[in-house]
Design a protein around this ligand. Structure first.
Ligand SMILES: [Zn+2]
Length: 143
């Protein structure tokens, strides 16, 4: 495998904001949908000096699943799709009622370069926050 280096600026990795003790990135899905993304917060606790990473995304139900047999050529497509959606939602309501939760899923597809950029964004952010801490500790121990 050809060795890949992180890009700067990085494809698919958007630095949205940088604060003194936090960096915020959005990672786009390689499929192109704006509905799939990772929102990453790399934060440093001012009291403990520990860095933590919070990765979040929005997940969806399996709204694409079909309960009825029909396709786009069906002359009753519109009606069947509405009925199908009602069945899907009813199943979800039933699952919540019986089990107390529903399974949801999300994905973020990364191409090879984007995966390297993602990893590098985490590494560099954590490093930049902990480097400052090391210098402070060294200064403190010297003084
Ligand atoms: Zn996607």
């Amino acid at each position: 495998m050809k060795e890949m280096n992180a890009e700067m600026p990085a494809v698919g990795i958007m630095k949205l904001h940088e604060y003194p003790d936090a960096v915020w990135y959005d990672v786009a899905c390689d499929c192109g949908s704006k509905d799939h993304f990772h929102s990453i917060w790399i934060m440093k606790d001012s009291e403990t000096g520990l860095v933590e990473v919070n990765i979040s995304t929005e997940s969806t139900t399996d709204f694409w699943s079909k309960n009825l047999e029909y396709d786009y050529d069906d002359k009753f497509y519109w009606i069947k799709s509405v009925v199908d959606e009602i069945i899907t939602r009813s199943k979800l309501i039933w699952k919540i009622l019986i089990h107390g939760y529903v399974k949801r899923e999300s994905h973020v597809l990364l191409n090879q370069q984007q995966a390297v950029n993602y990893a590098n964004a985490l590494l560099e952010s954590v490093k930049s926050m902990t480097d400052g801490e090391k210098e402070k500790n060294e200064t403190t121990s010297l003084g």
